[in-house]
Every structure is written in structure tokens, then in C-alpha cells.
Design a protein around this ligand. Structure first.
Ligand code: GRF
Length: 217
């Protein structure tokens, strides 16, 4: 199935760009119908326009509640024929108004290995905690914050000399790989929910075990 994507983005939109590039390159059977932002200055809007998508600002200050805001977002998504909603660096929590309008069709990317380190600005927390791996997660969105069923994750090593910025850059490179891939699995109708688990049908082989630091013996 060719997906019609509505992408919600608040910032630079590099994840949006990876999706636009995958659509243009033929590795993702989808088109970006509309980019919606809560931030009029989001560079994501320009990226969308440059690729021929509609770009719409829905200003949260014009709504009295998050639910009212999401009602306006849903109206724009419907107007542009979106069937799947992609949260690509969208800094607002979505409400049931949006989730109920697109059941099992709202997908988010998070720059950590959920369920560890939910929330925002997490790379500093990751370093402070001392974990040896971080990564990113694409997941279906539910009513919680970063709690929905996980579709795909990528793992990156945390290095001793990392800063939040160097770690964020390493994670972001993987975000750009797994987000289009997760959407392509959805387009191919290969994602099956079993409780909280998202199973890939037919399955793909998984990569090998990782160690950080290296196990020498
Ligand atoms: C990404 O790290 C994403 O995981 C997080 O916000 C960042 C957005 O980056 N939710 P961009 O706007 O896609 O460049």
C-alpha cells in the first residue's frame, strides 16, 4: 500500500528529510502529503515545501487546550488525505483526539532505547547514567509519553569522550535509517501487533550481539 503521510515536526526536520529522500529514491512506498508544525520557524516546513508537500502551521496559542489543538491538526491531516501520521521531532504530546482519528497509524521516533530514557533532552541523562549503549526507537504512539509498541530500534555505542552533542549526532544518523524502514514495513503490511509486541511478517534476521567495551577473551 502506498502510504499518504502527514508529518508533524517542530524543528529542523532532518528525519522528515530522510523520509522525503526515501520516498524520492523509491525505498519507501509513500508520499508526504502534508507537513504540519506547531512552530512557524521550523525548518521542517521549508523542507516539506521544497519537496512539493503542503506545509501548514497550526499555532497552539490559538487553542484553549491540547485536545482543541489536535482537533485542528486532524482537520488539516484529513484535508490533505493523510492516512498515516508521523511524529518527526514533534515537541507536543498528542491527545486521544489525534490517536482516535488515526488508530494504530501514529508513529514516533525517539532518540533513546525505550523504555529507558523517555522524555526530552535525554542525551545528557544517558551520559550521566553511564550506560554503554544508546540508540533510537520507532514506535506506535499510545496515550502515554514514549510508551507505545516498539517497531524497530537501532543501537549505538556510548564513547567515553562523548558529549550530548556527539552522542546525539551518532544517534541521529541511525534515526535517519530506521524511520523510513519502519514506515516501509507498515506500507508493506508486515507489522502485526501481539500484545505490546510488534512482529514483522515475514521476519528479518537480527544482527549479532554487541559489546561495549569489547569483550577480549
Ligand atoms: C530527533 O532526535 C528526534 O528523535 C527527536 O527530536 C529530534 C528531531 O530532529 N524527537 P529533526 O527535527 O528530525 O532533525
Amino acid at each position: 500500500m502506498n502510504l499518504s503521510l502527514g508529518v508533524l515536526a517542530s524543528g529542523s526536520g532532518s528525519n522528515l528529510q530522510s523520509i522525503l529522500d526515501a520516498c524520492a529514491g523509491g525505498s519507501l512506498d509513500a508520499r508526504v502529503a502534508v507537513v504540519i508544525s506547531d512552530n512557524p520557524d521550523a525548518y521542517a516546513l521549508q523542507r516539506g515545501r521544497a519537496a512539493g508537500a503542503a506545509a501548514v502551521v497550526v499555532d497552539p496559542r490559538t487553542s484553549a487546550s491540547r485536545a482543541e489543538h489536535d482537533g485542528k491538526v486532524v482537520a488539516v491531516l484529513r484535508e490533505h488525505g493523510a492516512d498515516t501520521v508521523v511524529l518527526a521531532g514533534y515537541m507536543k504530546l498528542v491527545t486521544p483526539v489525534l490517536l482516535d482519528a488515526f488508530p494504530q497509524r501514529v508513529i514516533n521516533i525517539h532518540p533513546a532505547l525505550l523504555p529507558s530514557f523517555p522524555g526530552v533532552h535525554i542525551h545528557g541523562e544517558v551520559l550521566e547514567h553511564g550506560v554503554k549503549f544508546s540508540g533510537c526507537t520507532v514506535h506506535f504512539v499510545d496515550a502515554g509519553m514514549d510508551t507505545g509498541p516498539i517497531i524497530i530500534q537501532a543501537v549505538v555505542p556510548v564513547r567515553d569522550d562523548d558529549t550530548p552533542d556527539t552522542l546525539a549526532a551518532r544517534v541521529l544518523r541511525e534515526e535517519h535509517r530506521i524511520f523510513p524502514q519502519a514506515l516501509q514495513y507498515l506500507a508493506e503490511g508486515r507489522l502485526r501487533l501481539a500484545g505490546r509486541r510488534v512482529l514483522l511478517d515475514p521476519p528479518c534476521p537480527s544482527s549479532g550481539t554487541l559489546h561495549n567495551p569489547t569483550v577480549c577473551s
